[in-house]
Design a protein around this ligand. Structure first.
Ligand code: SF4
Length: 378
């Protein structure tokens, strides 16, 4: 596929991306420092529409701030406001709009906080929020209430009550380290957090939730991978939403992780006008599988206040899953998930392939539309 083999130019059309990962001396922190954070910088690189300009002005004053790495900005079309990269990272005035059903904290994380920055919504797993910083602030972010709020990386002292709570709750076996983005922290600080988690014998699995392979792949260095693999088993949960994000640098980042023994799982958020068509999703999922990244969830976008312009009705996801079923092998087909508002947990939803249930027999519909009877064993 064309996008997959694309190595970014050393200079983007807008002249912003100059490092391109091929420079051995390039530091990811440099790239972060050169991120676009203001309306003026955005306007230097993109031909903004009035709705984007107003949205960016609003974002400078309140709500989710602007941050876009030079790498990610170089993927955006400087002229076309419908560009799927641009729509994910450039604010829009529609963020000011509130519609029925919108929530500030749709997953009820604040009410499920069991210690500072530790959220527990399920019996066997917990979410540890180690920072409020990300390399790019995604306009659909579920945690827009807190990311970029200025608290920065949480200290070990601040997280100590969370470690104590986890040690006292051995039923929690899986800890998702998130934020913000944990890979935006220094390697040393992140390693210290992982070390504290590994000191708790009941914590079996650690997951790192990160968008860095998508938005700042230069961060996935050999040094990072070597430091983190000491704390295995660690799974990496990442977040590719569109085939334009499948660049050569992103591929190298994912392969570095996979080759070092980190299973990499992808959660795609279904976004209106960005990826809500079967061709886009098929290309994305096939590309990820070629990198040994598992398309894990297709997430119905959470009803975060100010994101209605990016969300789709549930019916769209069901239709897309129906269109993809049979076209894609099981390893390329994610589950469609709704994370129920209020923080009551994820629900998998699926098109209905059961036509009729009879005593001892079930009539099923195949992906080609044929009806087939399955007879239960006596
Ligand atoms: S990287 Fe994740 S936490 Fe950060 S803004 Fe994007 S979706 Fe939100």
């Amino acid at each position: 596929m064309k996008e997959e083999r694309r190595r970014l130019p050393s200079t983007s059309p807008s002249g912003t991306y100059l490092a391109a990962g091929s420079d051995a001396g390039f530091a990811w922190t440099d790239e972060l420092r050169r991120s676009i954070t203001s309306v003026a910088e955005l306007a230097d690189h993109l031909q903004l529409t009035e709705d984007e300009r107003q949205g960016a002005l609003r974002a400078e004053q309140a709500g989710l701030p602007i941050a876009i790495t030079p790498y990610y900005l170089a993927l955006a079309d400087p002229l076309d406001p419908r560009c799927p990269i641009r729509r994910q990272c450039v604010p829009h005035i529609a963020e000011d709009r509130e519609v029925p059903g919108d929530m500030v904290d749709p997953l009820g994380e604040a009410v499920h906080e069991v210690a500072p920055d530790l959220v527990c919504r399920y019996p066997d797993r917990a979410l540890l929020l180690v920072s409020d910083r990300c390399s790019v602030y995604c306009r659909f972010c579920t945690r827009s209430r807190m990311v970029g709020a200025g608290g920065g990386v949480r200290t070990l002292e601040h997280l100590t009550p969370a470690f104590i709570w986890l040690a006292e709750h051995p039923e929690v076996r899986d800890v998702i380290v998130s934020g913000g983005d944990p890979l935006v922290m220094s390697t040393d600080r992140l390693a210290r957090v992982l070390g504290r988690l590994r000191d708790i014998p009941s914590v079996e699995t650690i997951r790192l939730a990160t968008r860095v392979p998508v938005t700042l792949p230069s961060r996935v260095t050999g040094e990072l991978v070597d430091a983190l693999r000491r704390y295995h088993p660690i799974w990496v949960m990442t977040h590719f939403n569109h085939p334009k994000e499948l660049t050569e640098l992103a591929r190298e980042a994912c392969l570095r992780l996979v080759d070092a023994g980190f299973p990499v799982m992808n959660q795609t958020v279904l976004l209106r006008g960005i990826n809500d068509d079967k061709g886009t999703l098929e290309t994305l999922f096939r590309g990820l599988v070629r990198w040994r990244v598992r398309p894990y969830y297709l997430l119905q976008a959470d009803p975060v206040r100010g994101t209605s312009h990016l969300r789709t009705p549930i019916e769209s996801g069901l239709r897309l899953m129906e269109e993809l079923q049979g076209r894609l092998s099981g390893i390329a087909l994610p589950k469609l998930i709704v994370d129920t508002p209020g923080g009551l947990g994820k629900v998998p939803i699926s098109p209905d392939y059961v036509v009729r249930r009879l005593p001892g027999r079930t009539v099923l519909r195949t992906f080609r539309g044929a009806e087939v009877e399955y007879v239960d064993p006596q």
